[in-house]
Design a protein. Structure first.
Length: 100
């Protein structure tokens, strides 16, 4: 994989996580709501949303089984730029607040 990113994102794992989170209306609405809340109430919304995203996805993908697949998944999740995904949701939240 090159250092040029993937479909406008830092890398494939970042793009894939954002795609899966954003591909479901309920998930997209939830993260948008969390981002709006963070903008309105958090001292550091970017860090709060990035940490929440990382914890949520890791919990969803967690497995007690040691395997090659779980090792590769853990590696891929370590490559995700959680701040880039947080920035995307925070930008959507800013647009929502301006249009409200």
């Amino acid at each position: 994989m090159s250092d040029e990113g993937y479909n406008g994102w830092k890398n494939y794992p970042t793009w894939a996580v954002h795609l899966w989170l954003d591909n479901d209306q309920g998930s997209q609405d939830w993260w948008l709501g969390e981002s709006i809340d963070a903008l309105e109430n958090a001292e550091h919304p970017r860090y709060e949303i990035a940490d929440a995203l990382k914890n949520h996805v890791r919990e969803e993908c967690e497995s007690d089984d040691a395997s090659m697949a779980s090792d590769l998944l853990g590696y891929a999740l370590d490559c995700v730029d959680w701040y880039e995904i947080a920035d995307a949701y925070l930008e959507m939240a800013r647009e929502e607040l301006v249009s409200a």
